[in-house]
Design a protein. Structure first.
Length: 283
């Protein structure tokens, strides 16, 4: 398993600190082959070091130094990047420049008042990323938050519509399997479904299960009917996976950066972690 690199995006918030200091999470990254982490913080264009009463520069250096020491102590090579601009654009830019294999970002998830949006940077990354994106969900509404799921990939729920996007996401088990023990394969049959009768669906899921079995992973299947996003989220509530894995549709021809509707609903509303795999850059 060749060495991989990850961009870990941090805004030096409590959520970022929780993500960085999660020993189990760092161990999961090591197990899937990550050995180099690019620690990235973006200074918004409207924030200036000379603003009265706030020493941003000192706080930033202190926070990044602490994060770097924690990550290096876990056995990773670390590079830090401090850049100015729009967070999701600069994070994507650095990921492309260093050839990162994935981007990791923390998110507090939905608010207690039922707000349907996740943090703006996490959502914008989900809409624009050209490398796999892991949204690590952090508790909200508490002073000392923890990660919502202790393990990143131990129990993975893979949602598939048997498309090329879904197949590309499934291929990530080539390396995720080193941190995964069990997989739930979910397919939702909707009124627009053209994937064949239920027997055909079970057979196709069975083929995926056989591939996972060759890697020593326990797999089970779950075929549902209804709205795909709603049923995937219902499956998450039922099976309580560490992470939801799915593919996205990527860029639209109208030059608006959109996710497929199912992917977006899942990223926004999932209770736990989401690993989103986009199409290739040329798609």
């Amino acid at each position: 398993m060749s060495g991989k690199s990850a961009v870990l995006a941090t805004d030096l918030s409590t959520a970022s600190e929780t993500m960085v200091e999660s020993e189990t999470g760092l161990n999961c990254l090591s197990r899937i082959g990550v050995d180099r982490i690019h620690l990235v913080t973006v200074v918004p264009s409207n924030v200036h070091s000379g603003m009265p009463g706030i020493d941003f520069e000192k706080r930033r250096k202190r926070g990044l130094r602490r994060y770097r020491e924690t990550i290096e102590a876990a056995g990773f090579d670390v590079e830090t990047h401090v850049v100015r601009g729009t967070p999701h654009r600069r994070i994507n830019g650095i990921a492309g420049a260093v050839g990162a294999d994935l981007i990791l970002v923390g998110s507090r998830g939905k608010s207690p008042l039922g707000n349907r949006v996740i943090g703006s940077t996490a959502r914008n990354l989900a809409r624009t990323t050209v490398v796999p994106l892991l949204v690590d969900r952090i508790e909200r509404g508490v002073d000392d938050p923890e990660t919502v799921r202790r393990h990143l990939f131990k129990r993975t729920l893979f949602a598939t519509d048997f498309s090329e996007n879904a197949e590309r996401a499934f291929e990530t088990f080539e390396y995720l399997r080193h941190a995964t023990e069990e997989v739930t394969l979910v397919h939702v049959r909707s009124p627009k479904d053209d994937t064949g009768d239920e027997g055909d669906v079970e057979a196709r899921l069975g083929e995926l299960g056989d591939r996972l079995d060759e890697w020593g992973l326990e797999a089970r299947t779950d075929v549902r009917r209804g709205d795909p996003a709603a049923e995937i989220l219902a499956a998450e509530r039922e099976h309580e996976p560490s992470t939801l894995l799915l593919g996205s549709r990527g860029r639209s021809r109208l030059r608006r950066l959109l996710l497929g509707s199912v992917s977006e609903e899942v990223v926004v509303n999932a209770a736990g972690n989401v690993f989103l795999v986009p199409p290739p850059r040329s798609a």
